[in-house]
Design a protein around this ligand. Structure first.
Ligand code: H79
Length: 456
């Protein structure tokens, strides 16, 4: 442990103690009425795990969702795709059942990606799956119905950036090879996209929220995001608005997302925004290296890496939104389905230390992360230590936790404790080790002890 870390831990534990005390005090009062928005945010933070779906006419080419831009396909050429889109094997029930088996609590699906093609039935354009494909049905409607039936929330991904719409002008940083005319009325484009947001908030029953992307293509444009968020909150008071703009959250946004990085990390290069203090967080991640179906990308992450992503996100107070890219026929690639089922089995046994938790009072450590379940009726606060490194045999936690009981998840024998100059050392016996993540539940007595600064 570095010299600086113990102090940080002591302070975080103080916050945890204060929160636990506040929770106890709240439990003794009548519960104040919670707004639909606050309830939705709390639900979202409890949910922890979602399934992202990137599906569009680009899937036909099997080269990811950026193929129009990357291969410089003009609109006139790209327009030949919708007449070929006929996902005869698409079964919304099967997708949702798979999602449920994986342990996900919500699905976020692309309703329109940067290519501008709408995967739902829009009255504002003919460039949509019902009007322009032989399939002729609305897969988003089928998915919404299946989600409602099986108790999975549905979020809509919507690209603000549009490489096809004639009024998306002036062009932004991308989509310069579409061959469209160099003119357009931006205000008309805003009216178009806000009209589509209205459709999405009106035609599919209760939704979890809207997930915007592509703002970064034209960061100086007049998007009227405040107006957009108002439409969402007026039409669906329990829906959350989020925007993948890679900068600090704007007013009206209900959660903050990070793409291909956990909050606080920036391997992608554009995750420079700090995690907002008060907003729920979400990290979206590809399962291989692609969002949309990529026939040549077999570089799938291992189940262990995916468990570590889920737990790593939870330990940083974030959900994991894990992506699949269905094939053009509507089926989910076998490699992806296998991993989802692995995660489901793992969560079946270990979900207690993930669902409904918040980031733990001990920040990410070289050995792993912590999550926490605040005190509630019938149980004292619990801190879960997720030991993600297989070769770690002991962990040191703040000495203030000395009176706690530390049990491996599902085990019966408390861990050996020893006070050391660095803090309270817990020794992990070999028979307490679990695959991917050795979880130790630290039951903190109530009242939570005052944090004692760690000795140096
Ligand atoms: O939908 C998936 C991707 O297609 C989409 N977001 C996920 C969820 C995505 N679009 N672009 N990117 C991901 C990469 C972003 C690159 C950026 Fe830039 C770097 C945006 C801003 C800086 C490249 C350079 C694009 C604009 C300027």
């Amino acid at each position: 442990m570095s010299k600086r870390q113990p102090l940080v831990v002591g302070l975080a534990l103080a916050a945890f103690a204060a929160a636990a005390a506040a929770q106890t005090a709240r439990a003794q009062q009548a519960a104040p009425a919670e707004s639909p928005n606050a309830a939705a945010r709390r639900w979202f933070e409890d949910a922890k795990f979602g399934m992202f779906v990137h599906w569009g006419v680009y899937s036909l080419l099997g080269k990811g969702e950026w193929v129009m831009n990357n291969d410089k396909i003009p609109i006139a050429e790209y327009r030949k795709l919708p007449p070929q889109f006929n996902p005869t094997r698409f079964d919304a029930e099967e997708w949702v059942k798979l999602a449920r088996s994986a342990g996900v609590r919500y699905i976020t699906i692309t309703t329109k990606h940067h290519d501008g093609f709408c995967m739902y039935d829009s009255k504002l354009t003919d460039y949509d799956v019902v009007d322009a494909s032989p399939y002729g049905e609305d897969p988003v409607k089928a998915l919404a119905d299946a989600c409602h039936k099986h108790g999975v929330k549905l979020f809509f991904y919507y690209s603000l950036l549009d490489w096809h719409h004639p009024d998306y002008f002036p062009l932004g940083r991308t989509g310069h090879h579409s061959g469209r005319e160099a003119k357009g009325d931006w205000a008309k484009y805003v009216a178009y996209y806000q009209g589509q947001v209205r459709e999405l908030c009106t035609n599919y029953g209760e939704i979890g929220g809207l997930w915007f992307d592509g703002w970064w293509d034209a960061p100086d444009a007049a998007w009227d995001l405040e107006g957009t968020y108002k439409i969402i909150h007026d039409l669906q008071p329990g829906a959350l608005a989020g925007n993948n703009h890679h900068v600090a959250p704007f007013p009206g946004e209900d959660f903050q997302m990070f793409e291909q990085d956990l909050p606080g990390e920036n391997s992608a290069g554009f995750n420079k925004a700090e995690a907002a203090d008060k907003l729920p967080l979400e990290t979206c991640l590809t399962m291989n290296g692609s969002w949309g179906y990529n026939a040549n990308d077999h570089a799938y992450k291992s189940t262990e890496a995916l468990v570590h992503a889920l737990v790593g996100a939870a330990g940083r107070g974030a959900n994991l939104l894990l992506n699949v890219g269905p094939k053009p026929d509507g089926t989910i690639p076998a490699e992806a389905a296998e991993r989802l089922l692995d995660l489901g089995r793992w969560l079946e046994a270990n979900g207690k230390a993930v669902y409904g938790t918040r980031k733990g009072p001990i920040p990410p450590q070289p050995w792993g992360v912590t999550t926490a379940r605040p005190a509630a009726e019938g149980h004292s606060p619990t801190i879960y230590l997720h030991v993600l490194k297989a070769d770690v045999k002991e962990v040191v936690i703040p000495e203030a936790l000395t009176t706690s009981v530390a049990l491996p998840l599902g085990g019966k024998t408390p861990l050996k404790k020893e006070i050391t100059p660095d803090g309270l050392k817990l020794t992990i016996p070999d028979d307490a080790r679990a695959p991917y993540d050795t979880i130790i539940a630290v039951d903190v007595p109530v009242p939570t002890p005052d944090p004692v600064p760690l000795r140096r």
